[in-house]
Write a protein that binds this ligand. Structure first.
Ligand SMILES: [Zn+2]
Length: 321
């Protein structure tokens, strides 16, 4: 079966997959959605240093190429890789990734060389996940959407007409660093009161750990405590929901999306998050059209599926070029 290699590189783990892709139909109708044929994951091991992480990615991709060749009788036709940080998608370079220690890593060229010259696409992790949510997930059919995963940090993918806006410098969508509490706690970016210091899954976990006295408490624990009616948890949760609603109103005032898709660890709380969040956003809008606020559909497969779509897009360009 024709397939591509997809990699989703995170701060703690690397997910990889062989993604089955049909050749795009010649009559211009959309290709069928990609399918995950084989999935694997391994630790990023960033404590070993930036170069070791690059080696792990290249080795992982080469193993998948061999597996695909063995299983399907032909090697992968292309590869896509999603990485965090600042990406130059045109150049194929991972310009800067604080949590991996990367500066100017020519990842696309390195991967293509290791994979015997197949075309490789490099994408930003959140934008790549957003591409998948927009084409085959919760934003399917929406001409304009925003995908906002709430995880260790917060960033957004801005979907416009089937593609994701990267900005002039590859920095579009950094909604986690919109200031929602001007006198708030310091953020890693140097500013104070950024949205991600209040409403990321990590921030909610930290706030709940401080409130309940268990240093290992997580955002998922906070959600459970909210569901059981613990007033301390309800207070922590409401603070995060209010901050998030303030950030979302800025986002929809600026972008007027058809759909607002929320994903990441915090969205796993389901209605415990979505019910108060929809209400908090509804209370804040005045003239702005209120889009549906929906959970992401692809979970943590979004990055790999998106990387598979990036790889498949390379093939369709080749066909039409
Ligand atoms: Zn910040």
């Amino acid at each position: 079966m024709r397939h591509v290699i997809a990699l989703d590189v995170g701060g703690t783990g690397i997910k990889a997959a062989l993604v089955g892709t049909e050749a795009p139909p010649s009559d211009g109708t959309p290709a069928r959605p990609p399918v995950l044929l084989h999935e694997a994951r391994r630790p990023t091991g960033r404590e070993r240093g930036p170069e070791a992480v690059v080696d792990t990615i290249l080795d992982f991709a080469a193993e998948l190429r061999d597996l695909g060749a063995q299983r399907y009788g032909l090697p992968a036709a292309a590869a896509g890789v999603a990485v965090p940080g600042i990406i130059d998608e045109a150049d194929g370079t991972a310009v800067y990734a604080a949590n991996l220690g990367w500066r100017d890593v020519p990842l696309r060229a390195l991967l293509s060389e290791r994979l015997g010259g197949v075309p490789v696409a490099l994408g930003h992790d959140v934008r790549t996940g957003g591409l998948a949510e927009g084409r085959i997930g919760a934003g399917k059919g929406a001409d304009r959407f925003v995908f906002l995963p709430l995880g260790t940090g917060i960033a957004a993918a801005i979907g416009i007409g089937g593609r994701i806006e990267a900005g002039a410098h590859g920095s579009a969508g950094e909604i986690g660093h919109i200031v929602v509490r001007p006198q708030g706690a310091p953020c890693g970016c140097g500013q104070r009161g950024c949205l991600e210091t209040l409403a990321s899954a990590s921030a909610v976990g930290r706030a709940w750990a401080a409130a309940c006295g268990d240093p290992d408490a997580t955002a998922a624990d906070a959600a459970k405590a909210v569901e059981s009616g613990d007033p301390r948890a309800v207070a922590v949760w409401q603070e995060a929901v209010d901050a998030l609603a303030d950030g979302l109103v800025t986002c929809l005032t600026l972008l007027d999306p058809r759909t607002l898709i929320i994903g990441g660890g915090l969205a796993e709380a389901g209605d415990t998050l979505f019910a108060p969040l929809r209400e908090a956003v509804r209370r804040r809008v005045t003239f702005q059209p209120l889009p549906p606020i929906v959970p992401a559909a692809l979970g943590d497969a979004a990055g790999c599926l998106g990387a598979g779509l990036l790889a498949r897009d390379l093939l369709s360009t080749e066909v039409t070029a």
